[in-house]
Structures are given as C-alpha cells and as structure tokens.
Write a protein that binds this ligand. Structure first.
Ligand SMILES: *[C@@H]1O[C@H](CO)[C@@H](O)[C@H](O)[C@H]1NC(C)=O
Ligand SMILES: *[C@@H]1O[C@H](CO)[C@@H](O)[C@H](O)[C@H]1NC(C)=O
Ligand SMILES: *[C@@H]1O[C@H](CO)[C@@H](O)[C@H](O)[C@H]1NC(C)=O
Ligand SMILES: *[C@@H]1O[C@H](CO)[C@@H](O)[C@H](O)[C@H]1NC(C)=O
Ligand SMILES: *[C@@H]1O[C@H](CO)[C@@H](O)[C@H](O)[C@H]1NC(C)=O
Ligand SMILES: *[C@@H]1O[C@H](CO)[C@@H](O)[C@H](O)[C@H]1NC(C)=O
Ligand SMILES: *[C@@H]1O[C@H](CO)[C@@H](O)[C@H](O)[C@H]1NC(C)=O
Ligand SMILES: *[C@@H]1O[C@H](CO)[C@@H](O)[C@H](O)[C@H]1NC(C)=O
Ligand SMILES: *[C@@H]1O[C@H](CO)[C@@H](O)[C@H](O)[C@H]1NC(C)=O
Ligand SMILES: *[C@@H]1O[C@H](CO)[C@@H](O)[C@H](O)[C@H]1NC(C)=O
Ligand SMILES: *[C@@H]1O[C@H](CO)[C@@H](O)[C@H](O)[C@H]1NC(C)=O
Ligand SMILES: *[C@@H]1O[C@H](CO)[C@@H](O)[C@H](O)[C@H]1NC(C)=O
Length: 728
C-alpha cells in the first residue's frame, strides 16, 4: 500500500528508503550470519510435537496400580515384554493401571494383545477411561463423545470396551461396537492419562466377562492432529526468557492438537456433521471438545496457525463454509453445530475480522472478492440495519449468546467495540478491492460508534467502560455497575479511546481483577456468581494486546502473561492451554473443560506480532510493519520469524543499557515500515546499515496497530536485510 504512515509536520518525518545491497547469495543467510543474536539458534528443543505420528506412553503411574498387574512397565517400551492383568475370583481386586502420555495428546489408541485367557464363558473384558487431568480421571472419561449424544445414539456411558480375543492381535479404537450395540467404543480421544482395567459391563454379556487374564505387549496412539515437527515451522520465536519462549511453542502445540480432518464420526455429535466440511482440514476449537470449528475461536487460533506453520487451509475451509450458510438477514452461523443454527450474536463480526486477517496473511484476495457481498450483508444488514432506531449504537434485544454464552442485552460495550473493530478491518479490505464507498461508510460508522460508545458507556467514576447492559431484573435502558474485560480490551483495539484513557482503563481493570491465574473477565459477580473468579485466556488476549499497544502498560502485559500462561503451564495437564479457568485456578467446567483450546493460544500472536512486532499491512505481506515492543518486562533480546507467501520475515533485537540493535530480513519486492524504539533516550542516534540518520522529533504511527505515544522513530524500508542500531 502506498499510503504514508507518518503524521505530524514535514520536519518531523523521517522517511528513509533503504535499498538492499545486491548480492548473489540468499539474504536470509546473510542476516542470519551477520546478526550476533542469531547465533546458535536452538528453538527446536522447545517444540512439543511428537516426532512421529505414532506416540508412545511415557510412564505408568505406579501409585495408581490396583489388583494383579504383572510387569506394568511392559506397557511402555513395546520391546516384547508384556503386562498381564489377571482376576480369578470375585473377591480379587480389579486389576487396573493408569498410563501417562507425558502431555496432552489426541488420536486413536491401539493396543497389541499378546493373548488372553477366559475364566468362564466369554472373553475377558477391558475398559478404558481417558482424561486430560488426573483430577478428573475417574472410572469414566473426563469427557467422551457419547456424553453429548442423545440416549438412543450413545455408544458408551463414559468408558470404551474391549472383548480381548485369545490369540495375539492388534486392537484399534474405532468408534463403534464389536457386536451390534454391545462392546462399544467412542474412538478418538484427547487426553493425557488413560486408565485400563479388567472388567466388563453386565450389558455386554455374553461377549465379555470381568474375569480371566489379558496380556498387553504394546500401547500406542495414532496422532490425528497437525503433526507440528520442527520442519513444519515457517515461523518461530525465541527470547531471553525461556518461559515465554516455551509458552510460544506450547501455544502452537495446543492449536496443532485441534487442527484435524472434519469427520462425521469424530465431530461434536450435536448435529454438527455436515457434508460441506466432511473430509476437509479444519481448526477445531478444542481437541477433546467440541471438535467443531467456531468463528470466534479463530480470532486467536487462526493467527497461531499462520504464525507457526503458515497454515491457512484449515481456516479458509471454515470461513468459506460458514459464509455459504449465511442467513438471509446477514447473520452468519458461529459453527455447524445444531445444523448451523446456534444463536451467537458476536461471531458474525469475528467472521469479518478473521476473513480480513486471512487475506492479509495469505494474500488470498480471490477469497475476499468471492465473499465480499457476504461481508457487506453482515456489516450493513445484520448489524447496520438497526443502528438508526437505537441512536447509533448496537442495542442487542434478542436472546442470542456470545463467546461465553452470555445472553447479555442492551448497549453492550463489547459488541459495539467489536463492531467498530470489524468495520475498520473491513474498510481496509474495501480499500484494497476498490470499494471506496464502503471504505468511507465503514470508516465513518466505526468512528461514530466509537464516539457514541465513549459517551454512553464510559464510567468516569472508575475510569473504564461499563459492560453496558442492565443488571438482572433491572429496566432495559439502565446500566449495571459492572465492567468487563471484553469491552475494555476491544475498545482500546478499536480506537474508542486515546492513550490516556487506555492507560486509565487498563490500570483500573488490572487492579480490579488480578488473580494468581490471570485477570477475571468481570470485575464483579453482579451478572452471575463466580464471574469475578473466571479467566478466559481467549478474551484476555485482547486485553493483553491493549496493554502492549498502550505506552507504559507493557510491563503489566508481561506480568499478566506470567500469571495466566504460567498458571496453565504448571498445572495438570501442563503444556496445553485451557478453555477457561475457574475459582482457585481450576478447570472452569471441571472435567468437561477442554484443556487444549486453540482460542487460548494468544501467547503466539502476542510474541510474534508485538514483541517481534511483525505484522502484514497489505495482502500476503506485500507490505508489512516491524514494530517491536521492547519496553517493559525483562527481555534483553528476542528473535524469530514469520512465514509469508514470498518468504520469511525475520527479526532479531537486543538491548543493553544505552544501545539497541535490530536486524531484519524481509522478502525482496516487499516494503514496509520499521519502528525504531527511542529507548526513552533524548539524544539517541540511529544508524541504518551503518549510516547515521538524523534524530527527529516524535513521530507517531497512527495507522499502525502499535500505538505511538512517542515510542518510535518510523523508517520506511524496502525488502532486504537491514541492521538498525540506536545508541548515545
Ligand atoms: C473365550 O470366550 C469366547 C467368547 O465366548 C469364545 O469365543 C472363545 O472360544 C473362548 N475361548 C476359550 C479358550 O474357551
Ligand atoms: C493416583 O494416585 C494419587 C495418589 O493416591 C492420586 O492423588 C491421583 O489422583 C491418582 N491418579 C489417578 C489418575 O487416579
Ligand atoms: C471404580 O471401579 C472400581 C472397580 O470396579 C470400584 O472398586 C470403585 O468403587 C469405582 N469407583 C468409583 C468412584 O466408582
Ligand atoms: C447408559 O446407562 C444407562 C443407565 O444405566 C442405561 O440405561 C443405558 O443403556 C446405558 N447406555 C449405554 C450405551 O451403555
Ligand atoms: C471415522 O471414519 C473414517 C472413515 O470415514 C475413519 O477413517 C476413521 O477412523 C473413523 N474415526 C473413528 C474415531 O472411528
Ligand atoms: C439442516 O438444515 C437444512 C436447511 O434448513 C435442511 O435442509 C436440512 O435438512 C437440515 N439437516 C438436518 C440433518 O436436519
Ligand atoms: C434488529 O432489530 C430487530 C427487531 O427490531 C431484532 O429482531 C433483531 O434481532 C435486531 N438485530 C440485531 C442484530 O440486533
Ligand atoms: C434497548 O432496547 C430495549 C428493548 O427494546 C429498550 O428497553 C432499551 O431502552 C434500549 N436501550 C437503549 C439505550 O436504547
Ligand atoms: C483523551 O480523551 C479524553 C476524552 O475524550 C479527553 O478528555 C482527553 O483530553 C484526551 N487526552 C488526550 C491526551 O488527548
Ligand atoms: C494498578 O494501577 C497502577 C496505577 O494506579 C498501575 O501502575 C498498576 O500497573 C496497576 N496494576 C495492575 C495489576 O494492572
Ligand atoms: C522479571 O523477571 C523476574 C524473574 O524471572 C520475574 O519474577 C518478574 O515477574 C519479571 N517481570 C516481568 C514484568 O516480566
Ligand atoms: C491513515 O492513513 C490514511 C492515508 O494516509 C489517512 O487518511 C488517515 O487519516 C490515517 N489515519 C487513520 C487513523 O486511519
């Protein structure tokens, strides 16, 4: 895009066009070799993916063995030694063993049986239960697909059953039954722990019995998600803090677990199966549950997917399918569940935001052209239509829910700020596609909403936005004295507030809601009990973006990140990030909670888009910005890469007391802006490729998503390798 990113008077503008030095060798390697910070790159050690699609258990929990279990460690090595579970008489304890895959995994378990012996009529039966956490591994799985099925369709009541034949063979956990509706199994599971015990359901007689002995020579899992081995990473991140680095890779692994083929027998059974997605790769919201792709979740999970494996196929399939199911009034279903009729109010706006993101990361303008009228219908018909009758703001009057199934009504801050954000995103796309009228209409509507929202919902008494609706059982136009993370975070992103109000809002919100495991999504329980103790990493992401982009709030972003991601990474199942966190840092919906949820992987875009500062500003990164956040926190260096259709964008920065170095490498033929941090120094000198450039007054980057506040000098650059240093 040829627009200028500078504001202010001419004298204040630095616009250095840096041409790259022609050389017959790969620029990427030059940057790597010449950057001292890119020596000894060893991010591979942080990758969580199994090395192969066949995954072996890591441990047998010896404290949890009961009954007659011989050679339990035979379950681990597959080396030929077998584990034997035996039970002869009623008063013998049930033999049972718990195995641990070491981290959350997803796929189909298979078991090599070395043989079995019957005790009387019927094969000995085995039961299996799966769980992401030890806490919820009872005699039933923490969640299994049948839990969500109507009684008539249920295959199981929470355990998978096997009738173990006498001769050696391999059993694979397919969804289905060994005999009509008997000896049944749910098939695919997302779990870390698996309990195996010798037992039979009475209803499975005469095929199985609770006695006999079973010999197991090997157990393994066939991985079904995206196998994110090191060679699949087109993007990566590393910094001076090993926790942040590890969490970035943990976030990628979490999203990878939910990236899978859509299959009728594996998706959420509540009327989600659909011929238009069958067999296609999608990004599910979670690995264990719900295994249906949801639009809002993509607001974060899709970014993780682009930034790690440059994988857009799984996102594009969903955006296209849901667009094809747009309702006549412009509403887009949030997912295929309930045959595309689950009533969520905010998700059509996420379709808009995610579609624009997808075009920016992939350059797929064909998609944008094809579905442009869908976008118009969402923004103008579904939402825009009602504005005139409600004083220019969205006043939700229907019973629709949202990402947290809150049936909030009234002039809610979150819906309005998200609408302004979606309008601004769409305006960018309209501009690219030559729809000047829409660009102008949507831009001015966003500004109008922002102004009115500030007037209507700003609570000057605390310095933050009200949630905006009435308290339960109060009149429709009253405002409840309650403040929410979603509206406050999105309002900063949508530009509803300036930097000084953003600072106030973030200070209020952080102080009012900080918990050892993150910031709560409400500052009180006025709407529902427990809300002030509940944390969603999903909606926290937008508050964290607000903190990184508000000068002076960066340290509070790091601090919140440590509580939120630090908590999840140190509590069972560790490694993967949870759907929601409840009182005392527990899984918020007990065993039903998905402990590997793509929407909770905001650490990935936070580090790649903000700490490295790499973002597309034009389709497919034809233009970009590199605006690293180097203030706040403790980082002394950060480096990494983002894959783009034209090759990698690489960034490496380091800072010491009075110096800052930034190495960048971008594909030839692209161009963009580099934000050079001023390091809080009055008299800093900036060198670009060894040449000193003049110091300037503060130059903001109003059009950049990284807020200005005088943090940066902005330099225009062509693609290639550059070294920028700042010092006094
Ligand atoms: C064990 O029981 C199964 C199922 O009834 C039967 O088919 C099999 O022949 C029995 N095995 C022996 C050794 O009796
Ligand atoms: C295993 O045993 C320990 C110690 O009794 C207990 O705390 C834990 O919950 C058990 N885990 C499972 C999965 O049963
Ligand atoms: C789990 O199963 C074992 C063996 O059948 C039984 O002794 C125990 O009471 C069961 N526990 C629960 C909580 O149902
Ligand atoms: C589940 O349990 C209920 C109640 O015990 C029983 O009626 C039903 O048949 C069971 N269903 C399956 C699939 O085992
Ligand atoms: C679901 O069906 C497909 C074939 O349509 C099969 O490949 C897959 O293994 C099945 N999944 C389960 C969990 O049984
Ligand atoms: C889903 O909805 C469509 C359109 O209303 C209808 O044609 C179709 O029969 C429904 N499918 C099911 C399984 O109910
Ligand atoms: C617009 O208003 C109508 C009724 O006045 C209502 O049914 C509809 O849900 C509203 N649409 C939105 C997006 O709020
Ligand atoms: C929003 O709509 C409800 C229901 O029609 C109405 O009671 C309320 O006054 C409206 N709120 C505003 C601020 O217009
Ligand atoms: C920020 O916005 C508020 C409310 O519109 C205004 O009072 C304040 O002066 C603005 N601050 C700055 C620094 O522009
Ligand atoms: C609380 O507010 C102060 C300013 O009053 C701010 O410095 C601090 O970062 C806030 N705390 C949190 C946890 O956001
Ligand atoms: C800085 O590092 C220390 C030690 O690791 C940590 O306790 C602290 O929370 C960090 N501060 C921030 C803002 O990240
Ligand atoms: C962004 O850039 C455009 C084109 O230079 C300019 O018209 C606009 O005012 C700038 N600011 C914002 C906030 O869009």
């Amino acid at each position: 895009m040829m627009v200028s990113f500078f504001k202010g008077v001419a004298a204040a503008i630095i616009a250095v066009s840096i041409s790259c030095h022609a050389a017959a060798v790969n620029k990427q390697n030059i940057a790597l070799e010449t950057s001292p910070m890119l020596e000894s790159i060893d991010w591979h050690k942080y990758v969580r993916s199994p090395a192969t699609p066949i995954v072996k258990p890591q441990a047998v929990l010896s404290a949890n063995i009961t009954g007659d279990v011989a050679g339990p460690n035979g379950l681990l090595d597959g080396s030929g030694s077998s584990t034997v579970l035996s039970r002869k008489r009623t008063d013998d304890k049930v033999p049972s063993v718990v195995i641990d895959f070491g981290q959350n995994v997803v796929g189909m378990v298979s078991i090599d049986f070395a043989g079995s012996t019957n005790s009387s009529e019927g094969y000995p039966g085995l039961k299996l239960a799966f769980s992401e956490t030890q806490q919820f591994l009872t005699n039933n799985s923490d969640f299994t697909r049948s839990d969500n099925m109507p009684a008539d369709d249920k295959l199981t009541n929470g355990t998978d059953q096997i009738a173990v034949a006498n001769a050696p063979y391999t059993w694979k956990n397919k969804a289905g039954c060994q005999h009509d509706r008997k000896v049944c199994s749910d098939g695919l599971h997302g779990f870390r722990y698996m309990r195996i015990w010798l037992d039979a359901l009475e209803s499975d007689a005469p095929y199985t019995q609770s006695y006999g002995s079973v010999s197991i020579s090997n157990i393994e899992l066939e991985w079904s998600g995206y196998l994110g081995t090191p060679d699949t990473f087109t993007g990566w991140f590393e910094c001076s803090d090993e926790d942040l680095t590890q969490w970035w890779f943990d976030g990628v692994y979490t999203a990878d677990m939910g990236t899978d083929t859509f299959l009728a027998n594996e998706t959420d059974p509540r009327d989600s199966a659909t011929p238009t997605l069958e067999g296609k790769e999608v990004l599910f919201d979670g690995a264990k549950r719900d295994r249906d792709p949801y639009l809002g979740d993509l607001g974060v999970a899709a970014l993780t997917s682009y930034l790690s494996h440059d994988n857009a196929e799984s996102v594009r399939n969903i955006l296209a399918d849901l667009a094809e199911h747009q309702r006549d009034d412009g509403w887009i279903p949030p997912a295929s569940i309930n045959n595309y009729t689950l009533n969520l109010y905010d998700y059509p706006m996420w379709w808009v935001v995610c579609t624009v993101d997808m075009v920016m990361y992939t350059g797929d303008t064909g998609f944008a052209i094809k579905y442009y009228s869908v976008m118009q219908k969402v923004l103008d018909n579904y939402y825009g239509h009602n504005l005139t009758t409600t004083g220019g703001l969205l006043n939700k009057t229907n019973g629709y829910g949202d990402y947290a199934f809150l049936p909030r009504s009234g002039v809610i801050t979150y819906y309005n700020a998200l609408y302004a954000h979606a309008l601004k995103s769409a305006a960018k796309l309209a501009d690219l596609l030559g729809h000047g009228n829409d660009h102008n209409t949507w831009t001015s509507r966003a500004m109008d909403i922002n102004q009115k929202l500030l007037v209507r919902n700003w609570d000057a008494s605390v310095g933050a936005f009200y949630d905006g609706g009435p308290c339960p059982n109060e009149p429709g136009d009253s405002i409840c004295d309650v403040h929410a993370q979603d509206g406050n975070g999105l309002a900063v992103i949508a530009g509803t507030v300036n930097c000084s109000l953003a600072t106030t809002l973030l200070d209020y919100y952080g102080n009012a809601t900080a918990l050892p495991y993150g910031n709560a999504f409400y500052d009180s329980d006025s709407l529902e009990d427990g809300f002030s103790q509940r944390v969603y990493a999903f909606i926290s992401y937008f508050e964290l973006v607000a903190r990184f982009t508000t000068p002076g709030a960066e340290t509070s972003a790091y601090e919140e990140i440590r509580r939120l991601f630090g908590w999840m990474s140190t509590h069972d199942p560790e490694v993967t990030f949870w759907e929601g966190i409840g009182p005392n840092g527990s899984p918020y919906e007990d065993g039903f909670t998905s402990m590997a949820h793509g929407w909770s992987t905001g650490i990935v875009p936070l580090m790649s888009n903000y700490v490295l500062g790499i973002k597309p500003t034009g389709p497919g990164f034809e233009t970009w910005e590199i605006c690293p956040i180097v203030d706040g926190g403790n980082l002394t260096w950060a480096r990494g890469q983002v894959g783009t259709p034209q090759g990698p964008v690489q960034v490496s920065w380091s800072k010491k007391d009075h110096t800052f170095d930034l190495y960048i490498n971008t594909p030839k033929g692209t161009s963009g802006v580099i934000c050079v941090p001023k390091m809080g120094l009055e008299d800093s000198q900036t060198f670009v490729d060894g040449e000193r450039i003049k110091d300037t007054e503060t130059v903001g980057i109003e059009n950049s998503s990284a807020a200005s506040g005088g943090r940066y000098q902005v330099i225009k650059a062509e693609g290639g390798s550059h070294h920028i240093s700042v010092g006094i």
